[in-house]
Design a protein around this ligand. Structure first.
Ligand SMILES: *Cc1c(COP(=O)(O)O)cnc(C)c1O
Length: 373
């Protein structure tokens, strides 16, 4: 039996009629850009994320770009971030003309380690950009403390973490801006690209609202240079159908994660693999279930592939050693934990609709690899 890394068709089949009706409603209205459908969805998202304001945007990447632009971060500024993330996190810092400054990750969470941040603060530092990777919130208590002490902004890259919590606080509600993605493989996925920014400050909301639409206010009068970062009404309509199901899907991912953690526990205990941890006091939403297979990750991936089990390596090369960032002067060895994670990490199927038989198959294949079957 094949076990895909992600199967969107099962989820779509259950919602097909509602989704088609929502899209048809937008087609009938011929109102495709922003408008009431987007505004309704923004209100739903703000409530879900426990934050006063939310703005729909064109992608998670554009959410990051808009956050940086909204906070006025640009040339000469430095932003401290994680080297173990999707490229957009650091790419957007570069695109606004600022400099990404990497601090290593905590191996237990794959997230920015607060202990490495302060040593990287300079007079040019303007913001800290933690990523809530794989659906688990970064260690926000210390990060917010450091930011407060040094007068820095905090931008949360919550692209993989809608509904995730730490210390009872929701992803995207803790920093100055939260950035979300509705790329189809995220826990709340659209039928194309989409994203969202969240914030508390009304003046910042106003600035980001203008920047989302070329800095225009009123129409054709520009006090700022923005871009086209608008969310399509069709995306908002589909996402509005899906959002009420998100908590049930999250519960499915949490159930699957608990099964894997229980049934692979002995392999974790004897050090053959490392399970992702799920400490108390957090709401982990498991966008990915990421194992570490020290020394044998690529062999494990090939073994599972031969048995029809989909996996992915998030991420095979850390950002500080990407070719495009050679100008930063980072060297292999500078971020040892991010580099080790890149060599060991392997994400296995965790989507909510996984069947018991598919989980059995995946667990059996992982065990067979170590037993030499
Ligand atoms: C997906 C993702 C993004 C970018 O989102 P897009 O919607 O694909 O532009 C940014 N950061 C992280 C951590 C992501 O996972």
């Amino acid at each position: 039996m094949a076990v895909p890394l992600l199967d969107l068709k099962t989820q779509y089949a259950a919602l097909r009629d509602e989704v088609v009706a929502a899209v048809t409603g937008v087609l009938d209205s011929q109102q495709f850009i922003l408008g009431a459908t987007v505004a309704d969805f923004e209100r739903q998202c703000a409530a879900y994320c426990a934050v006063p304001h939310a703005l729909g945007v064109s992608s998670g990447t554009d959410a990051l770009l808009l956050a940086l632009m909204g906070l006025g971060i640009g040339p000469g500024d430095e932003v401290i971030t994680s080297p173990f993330s999707f490229f957009a996190t650091a790419g957007c810092v570069h695109r606004v003309g600022a400099t990404p400054v990497f601090a290593d990750i905590d191996p237990a969470s794959f997230n920015l380690d607060p202990a490495g941040i302060e040593a990287r603060i300079t007079p040019r530092t303007r913001a800290i950009l933690p990523v809530h990777l794989f659906g688990r919130c970064a260690d926000m208590g210390p990060i917010l403390d450091i930011a407060k002490r040094h007068g820095l902004f905090v931008i949360e890259d919550a692209a993989q973490a809608i509904g995730s919590e730490v210390g009872g606080r929701r992803a995207g509600s803790m920093g100055d801006v939260g950035c979300f993605s509705f790329f189809p493989s995220k826990n709340l996925g659209g039928v194309g690209d989409g994203g969202l920014v969240t914030c508390t400050d009304a003046a910042l909301l106003e600035r980001m609202t203008r920047l989302r639409n070329h800095g225009s206010h009123p129409k054709y009068f520009h006090s700022l240079v923005g871009g086209n970062f608008r969310l399509d009404a069709i995306q908002a309509a589909v996402l509005g159908v899906k959002l009420p199901h998100l908590d049930a899907w999250t519960a499915g991912r949490q159930r699957n994660a608990a099964i894997y953690r229980e049934r692979l526990a002995d392999l974790h205990s004897d050090g053959r693999l490392v399970l992702p941890s799920d400490p108390p006091g957090m709401r982990h939403i498991w966008n990915q279930f990421t194992l570490r297979i020290p020394g044998r990750r690529d062999a494990m991936q090939a073994f599972l592939k031969a048995r029809g089990i989909g996996t992915e390596i998030y991420y095979p090369r850390p950002l500080h050693v990407q070719e495009c960032f050679a100008y930063l002067g980072c060297r292999p060895g500078d971020m040892p934990e991010a580099e080790r994670a890149s060599a060991e990490a392997l994400s296995i199927p965790i989507f909510p609709e996984l069947t018991a038989a598919q989980i059995d198959e995946t667990v059996a294949a992982i065990r067979a690899f170590f037993e030499g079957a």
